[in-house]
Design a protein around this ligand. Structure first.
Ligand code: SF4
Length: 220
């Protein structure tokens, strides 16, 4: 087969794949969204993450943690990155902090298995649970952007300082940033403390409850 014919063939195949996976039909090189099938697209992102070597964190990981939950969720929870337990299992928020997060969600009628998607800004564990470096965040962010665009949650709940800083580009601490509603890729964002921080600092419980009540109002 001639090279031009082969290229045209692959081009056609790629366009067809985009149509099936993302519901996107390209006309004259410009994408036009028809509808979205989140399940397929999310699986594809998870597969790409599994093979990803875009930043140095790939070298020390046991498992990638692309996130988990339902398609078209009421709420997408976004944390900073996987911890030890998440790295061991490949699942987000599964340690003590994860169980505590589940209690928060349950208190306002949410559940990770029925109406939420839970993920992180970065998908591989930083060594010693240090903050992700700016270059690691920029390398990984396109995955999160694609997840948000596919999932189209009603509201995003960020937990902890890093997630809200990355989504808003602001540099203030979580104490200053929480209490307001922001927007990320057209979705309202409510920031609150990280469950592990609240386990260490019980005085954060009251502001978290205020944030959760605002979240419930937004989704209802
Ligand atoms: Fe790739 Fe993100 Fe993992 Fe870095 S943290 S290797 S960008 S998946």
């Amino acid at each position: 087969m001639k090279n031009e014919t082969l290229e045209a063939y692959w081009d056609l195949l790629n366009l067809f794949e985009d149509y099936l996976e993302l519901g996107i039909r390209r006309e004259h090189g410009r994408p036009r969204t028809l509808h979205v099938q989140p399940g397929n697209g999310l699986t594809r992102i998870a597969e790409e993450v599994r093979e990803c070597t875009r930043c140095s964190l790939h070298a020390g990981r046991n498992h990638t943690v692309p996130g988990a939950g339902v398609s078209g969720p009421a709420v997408m929870v976004i944390g900073e990155g996987p911890g030890g337990e998440e790295d061991r299992t490949g699942q987000p928020f599964v340690g003590r902090a994860g169980k505590y997060l589940d209690k928060w969600l349950n208190a306002i009628g949410l559940d990770r298995n029925t109406n939420c998607f839970i993920g992180n800004v970065i998908k591989c564990r930083p060594p010693g649970n240090r903050d992700p470096l700016p270059e690691e965040t920029s390398a990984c962010l396109p995955y999160l952007e694609r997840q948000v665009d596919l999932l189209k949650p009603k509201v995003i709940l960020t937990v902890g300082r890093i997630a809200i800083q990355v989504l808003t580009g602001k540099s203030a601490g979580i104490g200053a940033l929480r209490g307001s509603t922001y927007e990320y890729r057209g979705i309202p964002v409510i920031p609150t403390y990280h469950p592990s921080g609240v386990l260490r600092n019980p005085e954060y419980r009251a502001p978290v409850w205020e944030d959760l009540k605002r979240l419930k109002e937004l989704i209802s």
